[in-house]
Design a protein around this ligand. Structure first.
Ligand code: SAH
Length: 214
């Protein structure tokens, strides 16, 4: 894998694009500027890797649009050394963005093929997370509570089990809705029993599914 001048140039343009679309968090911007997104897609898609759009990654799934990854990470708003649970490892690009900003990542994928591929690939390019094959609806209670929980697939409802795995002051960020579109939803845990929900625009993700797939 080569990260050449052309890739770096295109990546810089992508950074300008996400800034123009409203991303301001400097850690997030630096992460997008550093991570070679073309490593995360098949070689036939390499020329599209720095366009601001989702791309297929196999098993009917997609690597999210860079702007969306940046936006979700900005909404999560976690500092260095925070503990983050990610649901939907997919290509591992969002995982890499979280690791770049200095957080500890626990990531769950339900598609065995993607799980196997990404947990071999990411450490190879220097990104170390804790990878799990399983159903994200269950979360990872034994590793929690978390400062942040991020779902990178469209969930039909807010999974209660996940909210219970948030620290007080922690944030849950997920697109919630039907197959056609989802509303980017943030839930902050205010106390043991209180939560505050805010909504942040419409997006389209692949669906969050129940159970695991071989
Ligand atoms: N963050 C990924 C996005 C991948 S698309 C990236 O940057 O590439 C969403 C992913 O969520 C898919 O890989 C899909 O298999 C996974 N997914 C869907 N439902 C899930 C669930 N219940 N638990 C874990 N992963 C799930």
């Amino acid at each position: 894998m080569i990260d050449g001048f052309l890739h770096k140039g295109l990546r810089q343009k992508l950074v300008e694009t996400i800034k123009m679309k409203g991303i301001t968090n400097s850690l997030v911007i630096a992460a997008i500027g550093k991570i070679p997104r073309h490593y995360f897609v098949e070689s036939y898609l390499e020329s599209s890797a720095y366009e601001d759009r989702a791309l297929p990654i196999g098993a009917g799934q997609t690597i999210s649009q860079p702007y969306t990854v940046a936006y979700q990470t900005e909404l999560l708003n976690v500092g260095k050394r925070a503990k983050v649970l990610e649901i939907g490892t997919g290509s591992g690009y969002q995982t890499a963005v979280l690791l770049e900003i200095g957080v500890q990542v626990f990531t769950i994928e339900r598609q065995r093929e993607l799980y196997m591929k990404t947990c071999a690939f990411l450490p190879n390019i220097g990104y170390n997370a804790q990878f799990f094959y399983g159903d994200g609806y269950e979360g990872k209670p034994t590793y929690g509570p978390f400062d942040g929980i991020l779902i990178t697939a469209g969930a039909p409802f807010i999974p209660e089990k996940l909210l219970l795995q948030l620290k007080i002051g922690g944030k849950f960020v997920a697109p919630i809705g039907n197959q056609d579109f989802q509303v980017m939803t943030v839930v902050e845990r205010i106390s043991d029993t209180e939560y505050k929900k805010t909504e942040h625009g419409n997006f389209v993700f692949v669906p969050m599914l129940k159970g695991t797939s071989k």
